[in-house]
Design a protein around this ligand. Sequence first.
Ligand code: ADP
Ligand code: MG
Length: 238
Amino acid sequence: MTGPLLSAHRITAGYGMLDILHGVSLTVAPGEIVSIIGPNGAGKSTAFKAIVGLLRPRAGSVVFNGAEITGLRPDLVLRRGLAYVPQGRIVFPQMTVLENLEMGAYTVRDEARIADALERVYALFPILRERHGQKAGTMSGGEQQMVAIARALMTAPRLILLDEPSLGLSPKFVALIFDRLVEMKRAGYTLALVEQNAARALAIADRGYVLELGKNRLEGRGAALLADPEVKRLYLGG
Ligand SMILES: Nc1ncnc2c1ncn2[C@@H]1O[C@H](COP(=O)(O)OP(=O)(O)O)[C@@H](O)[C@H]1O
Ligand SMILES: [Mg+2]
């Protein structure tokens, strides 16, 4: 067995003097979808921020693709192949879809590689090819989320962290986004996501983690967590 692609080990991190994460650990293996669930305020977003360097861990380590990246600047983390799609489907509203995608490739100098990345992105999100000249700010929430995800794919990352990709979307787009995540896995991408839609997130996950109060609470196969009585009671409304 090969080692994990990402290993966050006993991360302690927070804001100002306040610790939010108290020794959180998680791993992602190549080719996996890993879903992280848990109540609001559990520290899920904070965990992603600590991993991608937006927040410097006070303790613990982050190892990515065999090298320690703990506390490394976000742009350098991205250059190593770890992309991050923050919560809130942030796009450049005045730019076209294509310009947004090109911005995503700002770390890539080779034009042929950019063209190749664009083709792979369009294969996953055909609507973005159709809409390439449309200003992103005029698209629906679900379409903007596709732009945000597609932009992260433009660097051909080894791993993509997605924070609440389905939050605030209409049911139709929630289904579509989860469908695209599965399609991304099929296309060879490795994904980790934070989701309030626990049922869907665990249903597509190889493995999942439940965080509570800044700590690991449960972990296991996606299907096993879906069937777990405590997970059902707390997060699946059952
Ligand atoms: N920028 C910030 N400054 C101070 N506290 C924050 C900041 N962001 C989040 N927090 C606090 O950290 C805790 C965990 O937040 P977060 O990681 O966003 O939780 P989750 O994503 O699981 O809902 C919450 O109590 C939240 O209020
Ligand atoms: Mg969050």
